[in-house]
Write a protein that binds this ligand. Structure first.
Ligand SMILES: Cc1cc2nc3c(=O)[nH]c(=O)nc-3n(C[C@H](O)[C@H](O)[C@H](O)COP(=O)(O)OP(=O)(O)OC[C@H]3O[C@@H](n4cnc5c(N)ncnc54)[C@H](O)[C@@H]3O)c2cc1C
Ligand SMILES: NC(=O)c1ccc[n+]([C@@H]2O[C@H](COP(=O)([O-])OP(=O)(O)OC[C@H]3O[C@@H](n4cnc5c(N)ncnc54)[C@H](OP(=O)(O)O)[C@@H]3O)[C@@H](O)[C@H]2O)c1
Length: 432
């Protein structure tokens, strides 16, 4: 008899785990991928920027895994709501948690809770059409906006704010979101790094795209990117060279402007009832630590988007370290028959491909543990869900959602796909 494994979460980590499990030849296995949303692919669908179509095409590869005969997709099933850990251990021989990192980190400065101070997580969810985020959540009515952080998510957010709605028309951005982007009054986007350009986390390819925006000039202050990087890695040298090149560039008079700032940390968000300004302090490094110099600057921004990293959410009944914000594990093993992979395992860093080797490590551990075991499961998930009146969204239902999104794009004369907004529209698409 095959062993049966449950994977919780259908992002890259979950699907690469399923692939590695099925492709091995040690133990016959069947895999169920449980996902709280009706749609698979995690951040590939609801994180990767809509204009990064070549990266989004990785979904085609992930789809191949979900279509393997030994793999089942069960959408609309949430660990902690529809099932708990005890249920999973009753119904499966092993469980792999791959629920990613859904929440934002905070900066811990005064004014952070003012309306207009928001997490990039929410903004990304909004422009990606995540069902948790209503289309009317954002009104872009401020001429100046600050994005805190200089990682790749910050670059995505800045690019989406700086592009015109026309430039995003051929993407899968939901139609309601696109109309709100078309009405945007944003003219200046400040992207703020608390350390120097040599410490920025963005990658060269992503940074370069900011210099190629048709609708926005990019500006960098020469004194803020004067770093000696002769002994640094190629990536860092590349970033700093690009930034220094921009510092010498004359503005072309485009309608929007991206101001890339370094050595500035946010100290307070100011405003009476909503964000009206952001107070920054110039910084330097003292013994490697970011330290304020006492020199301040105030930006007249009406929105502050903090893009300072994601964090995982503890799963009920699963060990969690509040220090690392991950599930403690040894090469993917959490406890007997429980495993972890992806951002929940190692924290919110790394590109999609990083999750493949990460999943492979977890699967090696799992297979070594289960190689000589007989199945121990005692129950069937389908019976358990039926008894609780939970009807999973099947892979065929997901294909119906995809078909509706393709048809919508065609009817609107936009690209290959336009995302459906909200769970109700998805249910209509698959006929429930
Ligand atoms: C905004 C953004 C843009 C990015 N862009 C790129 C890019 O362009 N290129 C690149 O290479 N990398 C990019 N990355 C990184 C990449 O997305 C991650 O490395 C990858 O998605 C992490 O995979 P994961 O499976 O661990 O998590 P996720 O992709 O987050 O998947 C987790 C899944 O678990 C589900 N889930 C959560 N809780 C539960 C629960 N209780 N029960 C059931 N299911 C649950 C979620 O709905 C989700 O589908 C980006 C990341 C972000 C945040
Ligand atoms: N196109 C792509 O390949 C792509 C796109 C998006 C995301 N991703 C990947 O997804 C992962 C997550 O990206 P991310 O951008 O969320 O995280 P990240 O790369 O860790 O960047 C976080 C940024 O926030 C800054 N920061 C943290 N706390 C701060 C604070 N209190 N005040 C001011 N700044 C603060 C960090 O500065 P310090 O360095 O000083 O801490 C850093 O610049 C990364 O591995 C990324 O490469 C890839």
């Amino acid at each position: 008899m095959s062993l049966r494994v449950a994977i919780i979460g259908s992002g890259p980590a979950g699907i690469y785990t399923a692939e590695a499990l099925i492709k091995q030849a040690v133990v016959p296995l069947e895999v169920d991928v449980l996902e709280r949303l009706p749609t698979p692919y995690g951040l590939v669908r609801y994180g990767v920027a809509p204009d990064h179509t070549s990266i989004k095409s990785i979904a085609g590869y992930l789809r191949g895994v979900l279509e393997m005969p030994q793999v089942r997709f069960l959408g609309g099933v949430e660990l902690g709501k529809d099932v708990d850990v005890a249920d999973l251990l009753d119904c499966y021989d092993a469980v792999v948690y791959c629920t990613g990192a859904m929440l934002d980190r905070r900066m811990g400065i005064p004014g952070e809770d003012l309306p207009g101070s928001v997490a990039a997580t929410d903004f990304v969810n909004w422009y990606c059409g995540h069902p948790d985020m209503p289309a009317d959540r954002f009104v872009l009515d401020s001429p100046e906006v600050a994005v805190i952080g200089v990682g790749n998510v910050a670059v995505d957010v800045v690019r989406v704010l700086a592009k015109t709605a026309d430039e995003l028309r051929a993407t899968d951005v939901p139609e309601d979101v696109l109309s709100r982007l078309a009405a945007s009054e944003v003219k200046v986007v400040h992207m703020i790094g608390r350390r120097g350009p040599e410490h920025a986390k963005f990658t060269l390819k992503e940074l370069r795209e900011l210099g190629e925006l048709a609708n926005a000039d990019v500006r960098v202050r020469r004194d803020e990117c004067a770093a000696d990087v002769s002994a640094a890695s190629r990536q860092i040298r590349g970033n700093v060279e690009v930034l220094q090149g921009w510092a010498g560039r004359a503005p072309a008079g485009r309608p929007r402007r991206v101001e890339v700032r370094f050595w500035m940390r946010p100290v307070e968000i100011l405003g009476d009832g909503r964000v009206e300004a952001l107070r920054l302090e110039r910084t330097r490094l003292v013994d490697g630590r970011v330290t304020g110099t006492g020199e301040f600057e105030t930006l007249p921004v009406g929105m502050v988007l903090r893009s300072v990293g994601y964090r995982s959410v503890p799963l009920p009944g699963v060990p969690f370290s509040e220090t690392t914000m991950t599930v403690p594990n040894e090469a993917g093993r959490v406890r007997d028959r429980e495993y972890v992979a992806g951002w929940l395992k190692r924290g919110p860093t790394g590109v999609i491909g990083t999750n493949k080797s990460d999943a492979a490590e977890t699967v090696r551990t799992l297979l070594a543990d289960l190689a000589d075991r007989e199945p121990v499961r005692r129950a069937d998930l389908d019976d358990l869900l039926a008894a609780r009146d939970v009807s999973p969204v099947t892979y065929e239902h997901w294909l119906a959602i995809e078909a509706a999104e393709t048809a919508l794009a065609r009817s609107l004369d936009r690209g290959e796909r336009v995302k459906l907004l909200g769970l109700a529209a998805m249910r209509t698409a698959y006929g429930r």
